[in-house]
Design a protein around this ligand. Structure first.
Ligand code: MRU
Length: 341
């Protein structure tokens, strides 16, 4: 299957992102709980992908519930809360639930429409992101820093930031991508490196702490990342490690561009301080590749995401707009401000 997610008539079919890059296997999920489990253990991950998977899980629930709408609503609550930070999940669940009065077929039709829309949205976003980045940068071909995985695997197809990078590469404008490995679950090393290899785009993988240093050393022209939730004022929650890249980009005066669909924008929250940041298991940090590296009872701080304040963001690109566009000279002002602090 080409897409990361599909519906086979009775089940959600998903590329198993825990098995990549060594094996490309697919999961066939026939109950809402199987989908919830896949989302929680990151077999399905990335904000748009978990949104569409959540919508399909509600459709599964509606099919299995035999007209018991209360049971579907209870499942929908559990699905929406499988992971707290990416707003796409609760947004998608709410959207399909509006069709529940029309019956299971209406819920499924809406979920399938979202599956199709995601690919179209990403195609539009990729073109707009490529144009926006070209407008913000001078050097050709570009050296691009990215973080986590924002490609086909994080969506139904194509991707968000990595979709924009693929579009730039198709235009012959990418010299190199620097991909952060993305500790602790290595979405960069396992998934982005795999996608860049498949696409034939030149890249190097680096440890997360090398990213800001590469920017400071002048090795990067633009940072392109995705988002899990963007608040009304333009603050951006994304994979932990994003904030330090934004600080480094501002300090060096290079653009920091966020690429995300409109469904990631949460107008109900005024700023990033109100975003719930998912805290994950200690073992993700104390062990590496199945080997215990720290003592098992070591206390751990393991937030899955961080928040980048809007003044460090040069532009947010969605399928509909480029927002906010900072005035010329903004980057230099930000860099000066950081330098003086
Ligand atoms: O924990 P993950 O792997 O689901 O985190 C994903 C990210 O942080 C991505 O950058 C984000 O969802 C945007 S992907 C299109």
């Amino acid at each position: 299957m080409e897409r990361t997610l599909a519906w086979d008539g009775a089940a959600v079919v998903a590329v198993d992102q825990c098995a990549l890059p060594h094996e490309r296997t697919v999961l066939r999920l026939t109950t809402p709980d199987e989908v919830i489990d896949a989302i929680k253990r990151l077999a399905i991950r990335g904000a748009p992908a978990i949104g569409v998977a959540g919508a399909l899980a509600v459709a599964l629930s509606a099919q299995l519930s035999d007209g018991d709408d209360q049971a579907v609503r209870e499942d929908a609550d559990r699905i929406a809360n499988a992971r707290p930070t990416a707003v796409n999940l609760s947004w998608a669940v709410r959207r399909v639930l509006t069709k529940l009065p029309g019956g299971a077929r209406a819920v499924l039709d809406e979920a399938l429409a979202m599956l199709e829309e995601d690919e179209q949205t990403n195609r539009a976003m990729a073109a707009r992101a490529a144009d926006a980045v070209l407008g913000l940068t001078g050097r050709r071909p570009l050296r691009i820093m990215t973080h986590c995985n924002t490609g086909s695997l994080a969506t139904v197809a194509i991707g968000t930031a990595l979709g924009g990078i693929k579009e730039l590469a198709e235009r012959g404008l990418v010299a190199e991508v620097l991909a952060g490995e993305t500790r602790p679950l290595l979405q960069g090393a396992r998934l982005t490196a795999w996608e860049l290899t498949q696409a034939g785009i030149p890249f190097r993988l680096c440890v997360d702490s090398a990213g800001p240093a590469a920017i400071a050393a002048g090795l990067v022209d633009v940072v392109m990342v995705g988002a899990d939730r963007i608040t009304a004022n333009g603050d951006v929650a994304n994979k932990v490690g994003t904030y330090s890249l934004a600080v480094a980009a501002a300090r060096s005066g290079i653009p920091f561009v966020v690429v995300a669909p409109e469904s990631t924008v949460d107008e109900s929250i005024s700023d990033g301080s109100q975003i719930v940041i998912e805290q994950r298991h200690a073992e993700e940090v104390t062990a590496f590749g199945g080997h215990q590296v720290a003592l098992p009872d070591t206390p751990v701080f393991n937030p899955a995401f961080d928040v980048t304040p809007n003044d460090l963001v040069t532009a947010i690109v969605t399928e509909q707009r480029v927002w906010p566009q900072r005035p010329a000279g903004h980057l230099a002002e930000v860099a000066r401000g950081l330098y003086q602090r």
